[in-house]
Design a protein around this ligand. Structure first.
Ligand code: HEC
Ligand code: HEC
Length: 310
């Protein structure tokens, strides 16, 4: 017998054996399941047909001699016959291209049922239901809701005490901001969409002290950073008034569309950080887009309660 056929039989046996072992060891095996039986029958037929069709063509390659008119060109002495493309083959080729375009434009991918679409619809519906159900939650219940979401989503970085593991991993949420972070913002500017829209704060080269008529100095940065971090108390009020108040307001509580509140937490600020993420002196806070509106509101209430209880 031809050696190829022997190999064909060996490969077929090996593949069928592997199929049997894989299916046989599954929970319950085939168990008389008609659909599984059909699938197995299909697999067996495919294995046998594939192996023997391959053998047929390998044999043909071994014995075939090509005929026809040789093309004039020769590539490194490899010639090419001018045989026309078989008609059926050409039809299938063009047909596949047309089908491919149809499939891409009208067929499954853009135009039909998708699991992701269904999932998105389901979770949007769930969110809507959730927000309706909890629309009236206020006060201490809202804070408790925020705390429970905090414990799931935020503890990993901000820590159980919400101090950012001493500002190593994340911001300390028990106070509005640390001197280190204020200094960083003054030196580098800030562009974190804290107001919800693109509204950047300039870096030190754009921070002019109206009282001294000069750009903010290193010493002034140190002083004003401590002043802001201490809740707008202590030395530095004059620097703040001369350099920062035009945007952040005399009390540091910010102005709509101009600059955020840097004295206290506000609901908008926390929500904007959750919506847009933030990067600064400590590191990068990820966007929290898997939380819904009510959860974000609840977290803001929780963060604001931390500061009050200080
Ligand atoms: C031209 C207006 C402008 C001036 C002047 C200005 N700021 Fe800002 N500041 C902003 C804006 C806008 C943001 C929000 C930037 C963002 O979205 O990241 C901001 C953000 C900040 C933040 C970041 C708050 C946070 O949560 O990270 C701090 C801190 C801050 N400013 C402090 C200061 C101090 C201190 C001064 C004075 C030395 C000052 N700013 C001067 C406009 C200004
Ligand atoms: C992967 C770590 C990580 C997770 C998770 C995380 N944060 Fe943060 N967060 C940070 C880091 C880092 C910063 C500091 C960014 C900087 O350098 O200013 C930060 C900063 C903040 C700020 C400070 C904003 C400001 O203006 O100073 C708030 C508010 C905040 N996070 C709230 C949350 C809440 C609420 C959650 C949970 C829903 C959360 N974070 C989850 C890492 C994280």
């Amino acid at each position: 017998m031809n050696k190829l056929y022997l190999w064909g039989i060996i490969i077929t046996a090996a593949m069928l054996g592997a199929t049997y072992v894989t299916v046989g060891y599954q929970k319950g095996g085939l168990n008389g399941d008609i659909v599984n039986m059909l699938a197995i029958a299909g697999a067996v037929a495919l294995v046998i047909i594939t192996v023997f069709v391959v053998i047929k063509y390998v044999r043909q390659m071994q014995t075939d001699t090509a005929t026809g008119e040789l093309a004039d060109e020769s590539w490194d002495n490899i010639g090419e016959y001018k045989n026309p493309v078989p008609f059926g083959w050409a039809i299938i080729f063009i047909g596949t291209m047309i089908w491919g375009m149809w499939y891409f434009l009208v067929g499954y991918p853009v135009n039909a049922y998708s699991q992701i679409g269904e999932y998105n619809e389901d979770s949007a519906a769930h969110d809507a239901k959730f927000e309706k159900e909890y629309a009236d939650v206020k006060g201490s219940r809202l804070v408790a809701m925020g705390e429970s979401v905090y414990l799931v989503e935020c503890v990993a970085c901000h820590g159980l005490n919400a101090d950012g593991n001493n500002e190593i991993d994340a911001a300390d949420l028990n106070k509005r901001i640390s001197a280190k972070s204020v200094k960083y913002v003054i030196k580098h500017g800030s562009n974190n969409k804290l107001l919800g829209t693109e509204m950047a704060m300039p870096d030190r080269n754009g921070l002019f002290n109206a009282n001294t008529n000069a750009l903010i100095t290193d010493a002034e940065i140190d002083t004003v950073a401590k002043y802001v971090a201490n809740g707008m108390t202590g030395k530095g009020a004059d620097i703040f008034a001369g350099t920062c108040a035009s945007c952040h307001g005399a009390d540091g509580k910010g102005m709509p569309y101009v600059a955020p509140n840097i004295k206290d937490w506000s609901k908008d600020l926390v929500v904007n950080v959750l919506d847009n993420g933030k990067s600064g002196a400590i590191g990068t806070m990820p966007v929290m887009d898997r939380l819904n509106k009510k959860q974000k509101e609840a977290i803001a209430a929780y963060v604001m309660s931390l500061k009050e209880g200080e």
